[in-house]
Design a protein around this ligand. Sequence first.
Ligand SMILES: O=P(O)(O)OC[C@H]1O[C@H](O[C@H]2O[C@H](CO)[C@@H](O)[C@H](O)[C@H]2O)[C@H](O)[C@@H](O)[C@@H]1O
Ligand SMILES: [Mg+2]
Length: 920
Amino acid sequence: MSTPTTPRKQRIINCVTQLPFRIQLNPTNTDWQIRSTTGNSALYSSLKYLSKDCPEYDHHIVGWTGEITRFGGAAINGKIQSDANNELASSTAGDDTGVSLSQYHLNKKQEAAAGADDENVNDEEDPLYLTAEQMDGLKQTIQDDKIHPVWLLRRNQSRWRNYAEKVIWPCFHYILNPSSDTGDQENDWWYDYVKFNEAYAQDIGEIYQKGDIIWIHDYYLMLLPQLLRMKFNDDDLTIGYFHHAPWPSNEYFRCISRRKQILDGLVGANRICFQNDTFARHFVSSCKRLLDSTSKKTTNEDGADQYQISAYGGDLVVDALPIGVNTRELLEEAFTKDIDEKVLAIKEAYQNKKIIIGRDRLDTVRGVVQKLRAFETFLAMYPEWRDRVVLIQVSGPTANKDSPQTIRVEQQVNELVNTINSKYGTLDFSPVQHYYMRIPKDVYLSLLRVADLCVITSVRDGMNTTALEYVTIKSNVSNFQCYGNPLILSEFSGSSTLLKDAIMVNPWDSVAVAKSINMALNLSRDEKITLETKLWSEVPTIQNWTEKFLTSLKAISNSENSTSSDGTGKDGSKKMTPALNRPILLENYKKAERRLFLFDYDGTLTPIVQDPAAAIPTARLYNILTKLASDPKNQIWIISGRDQKFLNKWWGSRLPQLGLSAEHGCFVKDVDSEAWTNLAEKVDMSWQLKVGKTMEEFTNRVPGAFVERKKVALTWHYRRVVPELGEYAATELKKELLKYTDDYDLEVMEGKANVEVRPRFVNKGEIVKRLIWHEHGEPQDMVKGIDQNISLDKMPDFVLCLGDDFTDEDMFKQLNCIEKTWEEKYPEKHNEWGNFGFYPVTVGSASKKTVAKAHLTDPQQVLETLGLLVGNVSLFQNAGTVDLDERGHVKNSESSLKSKIASVAYAMKRSASQNSVVKG
Ligand SMILES: O=P(O)(O)OC[C@H]1O[C@H](O[C@H]2O[C@H](CO)[C@@H](O)[C@H](O)[C@H]2O)[C@H](O)[C@@H](O)[C@@H]1O
Ligand SMILES: [Mg+2]
């Protein structure tokens, strides 16, 4: 009799920037204190909900420990202490069973503690120094096999935050920092940002199981989706990314120097979700502008807009799902006897006064300055309210509290508070009560309850959870007449599209805000209740948000797991192309005798730029190709859509050793020759008239478009057109052009922001076929037919074919086809890597739809790879992503070696001192 098997629970790996607790060490003994953190309450309550209330999931949390510090207070022995704001830590990690830290982690930590950073050597005063006993203490304290800390123990622990907090965060909130130095500092920050993401990828690698759903949160981890794709190269891998912050307009986003890398990292996800549709749209337009992606707008099951993005040929879904709050728990916590008393006490303190509350972080975007200005205007405009209203403003410190901008905001706030209080206050009453501090949750809840009005004037935020919490509290009918009081909300807050029935204001317009405050305070009870009823129905619960996000990810996972016969997902979209294995390529290159290089030009050897005439080769590219061409074993061909004129100007006249093929195979110039063969000579060209005319008509209607007329092919370019219009016009143009294809045997091709027409019989694949079935090094006769009886040892034994575009797929197909033929014809003649040395490599992301066998991300990586072959670039520089050793140093780097040596030296020093203690 077979025993019934329990179905496997769906595993969720939730990746957050920081675990929901802080780890602190008692300075006087080995006790650890683990406290739940404040802030991020919505996200953490989602984690808590998944861990506690969703038995259908096996929920794992991966997150950085945050800065591990010492604390001054008394130790709490081996117990996790939760504070009022969040209890996740106690709920998920509170019992004393099991061991959460794998030996791997502890070893890592121990070595990190013992080994020096590249810039430092440990000493016992270092707050990061952990003895073996302290380590054991930590091991016993964090006991949960569902929580996976990411240890990043370099001396300067906050380094991991720099790029996210100093570059990304400001830009995402429409703040552009002036460049402070030559860019070196930003480079360092970026380097750490990459390493931070790499560390997560490494740790997830330890726990990942096929079928897991990975959910990544927010802008510290934007490279992680693609890193995981590359790591697992698993068709079943489902990755969702939720962006909690705002996403700026492309005009801002494109100011980030690493903008492409960031997008490239994100598009590894299957679904990317934002707080509202505006952010989703901004993201889509960033992808269109910077990644050349296309998008299709549809609607999701809730009837909201959804975008199907095709980035580098891979598909992903982009939409909005505003986060919610744990309304049930909040109401339970807010309506207790203890808080009743606090509410009464506040009311008592401000008798006969209306209470306006504000709770914001004190940074440049939360609009505290704007709020105070508006309040000042309000008191000036409505003298009748002067001693009848108090504004209780609680401002919490922000992560960037030492930045000059934050310091300036602090000064402005202090000045405004003083001005208002001295102008409109009396000896025994100040109309603004400003508290610059973190307040405990019970105080916060009391304020929400007692408020007659809440004013939120942020100039930019993702989702203002204070707004949601306020509306939740006001939904509860209780004593103290606090039910249904109104909310004033900035139209720039991410929550404004959700809480449509709040009283909307422009925080930059003090007079309008002042009028709104007056109006809100004068609302009748019925009006307030009507508003609140509507608002309350607009607040999402955290449970709903969590479930909706996961349900949509599960749907993606199910559809992609049901593979079609060719082994791809149902829609064929998420078959991942692995990164090119460059060390093996190098080895194969070295051993090969007859090497053939087949290079596409635009988007492969040079980056795509606005103006085709500006896509010219760099000196570095010349150097590398000159070196490559100087090796007699090498034959190099550029097979491009460009015309002869362009290729001659930049290549033929400078490096005649290169073979050239222009206009997708219409014209060919052999290696070491100047003569061009026209393979389209006999083709009827009368189609050019009609096609040209149609293209011109579209050009006249679409500002920014233009026609590139080559000898044979005609190309309609729309890179400079507004993306949505360009795409629409290209689709329409294609429809028109398809009308001519049968009469003239033409092919209409969609390229990168272009539509191109050429005779069907030529394509890049045909050229490749000719070049491979050929005696290596001998001159080509382009008119003669192909001889497939040529012996294998005369044909190339190494073919590196690189291309970025749709037309390059013909080359890859041809290579795959020849490889197959050779497999059958010469089954015994594989090289030592089990193949024939063919490398069809696409230039683009891993998620691109392609028949290539590997990928390089961009022309930069192409150059590095070619540089590697000619010895210009070391393997380490060429690594592409940063490969870390177990202490967070780049693998095989000098600092890694130094750190290892220091670690050994330290261990020896320790054992020597222990021995002397024993002897003593
Ligand atoms: O086969 P390729 O060498 O990749 O050439 C394909 C087409 O490339 C050129 O257009 C593309 O690159 C331009 C420069 O970066 C860019 O501005 C344009 O939007 C791209 O479509 C070229 O102008 C075409 O003639 C080639 O067919
Ligand atoms: Mg190209």
